[in-house]
Design a protein around this ligand. Structure first.
Ligand SMILES: [Zn+2]
Length: 381
């Protein structure tokens, strides 16, 4: 939903734009050109209202970008990697490659965005007041006040205390500072986000019932978006908490069965796959060197007519594309490597030596064990 087209670099950060931002620009330009501006400054042609409306909408998107850039600038100052900034239907989003190291950094990175929006609201208000005093056209004055108002709303809305909003990050930083437990704080902030999403959906429904159809639908939409984002943050934070201290060697299947790469698919299926309960095998060559990974999906993709002539090594995922880990690594770090296209497996190497394999099933099992072993009171508050 948020992969957009790159539109350039600002302050050294790559900025991407999702097509849905055009919907937002159109919506703002339309509401300015059709209602707000004709009411405030009558007597102009439609083209003039639309021109002013588009200018206002584009300046607003620039304000949103400034908000995201300031998150990224402060993050960079705290040595976080910034992947990119994305503009989309719900505004902007800065994606970092790692997490803040301290509650103080978490707080400052989160607060930088709303602070920028509130400052922009002040700047637009001051400039508009000055322009109005020297007799600027009422049309321009109206756009100026609108920009000040929307930036004010943007700053205040983002300060609402629930993840994934900036206010939720601030709550997380404060909980983290007080409890010294980052994951517990993340669970708390996500829970606040669930409540906030629910409240917004309720308010949106009330708005809808009281006749403000479009506004109501939009509020419900934002509430629903917050709710689902908060739910996935909660799940993620819970998983990270449960995996605390678990290492790869604690969950891996040691000395896994390997597949001889020189076998034909047909021989391999009848002699290995049928006889063993695994759905993926590390593939070795004649010298016993690991060369890749074969999964049932790859085997299935070979047409039956070709199975007698295709070798296992021809269809295996090459080793350089297979996710790897070391026995001593924390499982949390490996979590993201259990991706779909490589069959959800990580091969565990001690130096050059294959010592184990981790599957998503291993991960589910340890999560279940840990959630039984962790008293429910532990995750409360
Ligand atoms: Zn923000």
């Amino acid at each position: 939903m948020t992969n957009g087209i790159p539109i350039g670099r600002f302050f050294g950060f790559p900025v991407r734009m999702h097509w849905s931002i055009l919907v937002l620009i159109w919506l703002f330009a339309w509401s300015l050109a059709s209602f707000t501006l004709p009411a405030a400054a009558p007597g102009h042609g439609a083209a003039v209202y639309w021109l002013a409306g588009v200018c206002g909408a584009v300046l607003l998107i620039a304000s949103v970008l400034a908000h995201e850039i300031m998150h990224a600038v402060v993050a960079r100052r705290h040595n976080l990697g910034v992947k990119d900034l994305t503009l989309w239907m719900f505004g902007g989003m800065a994606t970092f490659t790692d997490e803040p190291k301290t509650p103080g950094a978490d707080f400052r990175i989160a607060a930088a965005g709303p602070a920028t929006s509130l400052a922009l609201a002040g700047v637009f208000a001051a400039a508009t007041a000055a322009g109005s005093a020297v007799g600027l056209d009422p049309l321009v004055v109206r756009v100026g006040w609108w920009l000040a108002g929307v930036n004010l709303l943007l700053g205040l809305f983002n300060l609402l205390p629930g993840a994934p909003l900036d206010g939720g990050r601030i709550v997380r930083a404060i909980l983290w500072f007080r409890s010294k437990d980052r994951q517990r704080a993340a669970v708390g902030a996500a829970r606040a986000g669930l409540v906030l999403g629910g409240v917004l959906i309720g308010l949106g429904l009330l708005e809808f019932l009281s006749g403000r159809i479009m506004g109501g639908i939009w509020t419900v939409f934002i509430g629903w978006f917050l709710l689902s984002a908060a739910r996935s943050e909660q799940q993620q934070a819970t998983v990270i908490r449960l995996l605390d201290g678990v290492r790869v060697q604690d969950v891996m299947t040691a000395a896994p069965d390997t597949a001889p790469g020189w076998f034909t698919v047909e021989a391999f299926v009848s002699r290995y796959v049928m006889a063993r309960p695994h759905s993926a095998f590390p593939v070795t060559d004649f010298d016993g060197q690991v060369r890749g990974l074969i999964t049932l999906n790859q085997l299935r993709s070979v047409p039956p007519a070709d199975r007698g002539t295709t070798r296992v090594s021809d269809v295996a995922i090459p080793l350089e594309r297979v996710p790897k880990a070391t026995p001593g690594e924390l499982l949390v770090e490996v979590f993201g490597r259990l991706t779909k296209d490589t069959g959800g497996r990580v091969l565990v190497f001690d130096g050059d030596h294959l010592v184990g394999i981790v599957t998503r099933a291993d991960l589910s099992r340890i999560l279940e064990l840990r959630s039984v072993a962790t008293p429910p009171g532990d995750t409360q508050s």
